[in-house]
Design a protein around this ligand. Structure first.
Ligand code: ADP
Length: 189
């Protein structure tokens, strides 16, 4: 199963990815998590990405494409993966198509998780309180920028994948278990 979870910050991609990892026995590839680990251990890439991420802007396509390309070459991805937070731009989606083509692999589905902006803001504020403000980009001003970046740069992927016949849409505002059930139904359609 090769799956992309697509949706704005706070839509619940990470939460669902973790459930699907258990259900399907395939890894979650979160570019956000990989970048945050690089920041934590202060690699040159992490240091370069930190400022951009703290503002809520996107790290360069070249950096994230490189991360994903390396990750997809690892053995645990051979049977499938759940991409969470990638692609975020049309250029990234095209790069992913190219990487998969070179491997002779195809995506099974792209699941769009829909959610209202007001709900996203309150969910992220809640997440920030729960983890003691651990993520510098979980504050209201940066969040508004992340939502704007999503509608400018990432939302066009909905059409991109609809045209490829891969798009499935679920309601990301439903309770967690209902969203999981909807995703599982959608990918087996
Ligand atoms: P969220 O889903 O809450 O926005 P992520 O952990 O997916 O959080 O991403 C956090 C930040 O990491 C983004 O705002 C961006 O700066 C950077 N990032 C993650 N994935 C990508 C990507 N595919 N392209 C560019 N930047 C990325």
């Amino acid at each position: 199963m090769r799956l992309i979870l697509l949706g704005p910050p706070g839509a619940g991609k990470g939460t669902q990815a973790k459930v699907l990892v258990e259900a399907y026995g395939i890894p979650q590839l979160s570019t956000g998590d990989i970048l945050r680990s690089a920041i934590a251990v202060k690699t040159p890439m992490g240091l370069a990405a930190k400022e951009v991420m703290d503002r809520g802007d996107l790290v360069s396509d070249a950096i994230v494409n490189g991360i994903v390309s390396e990750r997809l070459d690892q053995a645990d991805c051979s049977k499938g993966f759940i991409l969470d937070g990638f692609p975020r731009t049309i250029a990234q989606a095209e790069a992913l198509d190219q990487m998969l083509e070179e491997k002779g692999q195809k995506l099974d589905a792209v699941v769009e998780m829909k959610a209202e902006p007001e709900v996203l803001i309150s969910r992220i504020i809640q997440r920030s309180r729960e983890n003691g403000g651990a993520r510098a980009d979980d504050n209201v001003d940066v969040l508004r920028n992340r939502l704007a970046v999503y509608s400018d740069q990432t939302a066009p992927l909905v059409e991109f994948y609809r045209e490829q016949g891969l798009l499935k849409t679920v309601d990301g505002m439903a309770p967690v278990q209902d969203v999981t059930a909807a995703i599982r139904r959608a990918v087996h359609e």
